[in-house]
Design a protein around this ligand. Structure first.
Ligand SMILES: [Zn+2]
Ligand SMILES: [Zn+2]
Length: 326
């Protein structure tokens, strides 16, 4: 039987073909390749140093699995923590993924904080979405989910002395976000997503995305090679996801298939371009605080977006507004 040898070590059997480098790699060289690319990205942007206390925000999917494994190779487990949040989505079973996070973190000696929307707000995402139907509020469940999740993670990190929050977004996610921001003409947000983007409030713990130059297919293979064997069910709220992102995702896949390496080249170019204007956005004043919850909000606003959204669905009514509770 013909055995293809790894293009890097020339010894072991190649099991992964990396189209963007035109190389066939063995398991060990592929894992080393991903780990060293993450390390390069971490160093290039000073994402974290050996003294940082890192909080990894993990959902239990393949990207989470990869992030935890790669970072545990690069950082002291004693200075790492994991947070996992149960949204409370009807008919969405993530038990397997969460059990895996608990098991793997325990093996590595990393503490896990398991919490839920219900613990934090008193309501599950399912209940909030139900109320948004009753109140005729046209806000996607994904918007609620993202805002609540970010709030829980940031608050926990800040209150427990973590200096950086790590999320498992991959290259495909990051390029979709960049294109969305460009299409919307939202330069401020484009700058915010840059790894050197400004942190506009001392209440925010800096968020970094170490996997942002790793393809989604690579996190899938990486997680498989280190033992990830289960299928994560698709979130039933996916049908409410804004369609523009789904379309961008579709076209990017086509482009990448036709010209491997396109996403990587694009993100590198955008990083350099945005990096040259990041300086214009530093030195901005501290963000104001929400008059209700005290968390940061956008310039010129009295309340944060979370308090405003909860108000719209009849929870946590803001002063001066009468919202009938159902
Ligand atoms: Zn090799
Ligand atoms: Zn608020």
């Amino acid at each position: 039987m013909l055995v293809l040898k790894c293009d890097v070590c020339g010894i072991r059997e190649a099991v992964v073909y990396q189209r963007h480098t035109c190389r066939a790699l063995c398991v060990r060289c592929f894992i080393n390749n991903v780990t060293s690319r993450v390390l390069n990205e971490v160093r290039r942007y000073g994402m974290f140093g050996s003294n940082d206390r890192l909080l990894l925000s993990l959902s239990g999917g393949k990207d989470s699995y990869t992030l935890l494994d790669v970072i545990s190779r690069l950082h002291d487990a004693g200075k790492m923590g994991v947070i996992t949040i149960i949204e409370g989505i009807p008919n969405y079973d993530r038990r397997e993924g969460i059990e895996w996070i608990l098991k793997r973190s325990k093996e590595l000696g990393i503490d896990v904080f398991l919490t839920s929307f219900k613990d934090f707000l008193g309501y599950t995402l399912g209940e909030i979405v139900e109320r948004s139907r009753i109140y005729n509020v046209n806000v996607s469940p994904c918007t609620f989910c993202g805002i609540i999740r970010r709030r829980i993670v940031n608050k926990y990190a800040r209150e427990h002395g973590f200096t950086k929050v790590l999320t498992a977004h991959n290259l495909d996610d990051e390029v979709q976000t960049v294109i969305l921001n460009i299409l919307r003409g939202d330069i401020a947000r484009l700058v915010q997503t840059h790894p050197k983007g400004p942190v506009l409030s001392k209440l925010f713990v800096r968020k970094v995305k170490p996997l942002r130059k790793i393809y989604e297919w690579e996190t899938a293979i990486y997680s498989y090679l280190i033992g990830f064997r289960f299928q994560v069910a698709e979130c039933p709220f996916i049908k409410y996801q804004p369609t523009l992102r789904a379309r961008i995702r579709y076209y990017l896949r086509k482009l990448e298939r036709r010209r491997p390496g396109t996403l990587l080249t694009f993100l590198t170019a955008i990083d350099d371009m945005v990096g040259s204007i990041v300086g214009n956005f530093t030195g901005l004043p501290e963000l104001p605080r929400c008059k209700r919850c005290g968390e940061p909000t956008a310039y010129g606003r009295d309340y944060c977006v979370l308090c405003e959204l909860l108000d719209k669905v009849g929870l946590n009514a803001l002063p001066g507004r009468k919202v009938a509770l159902c």
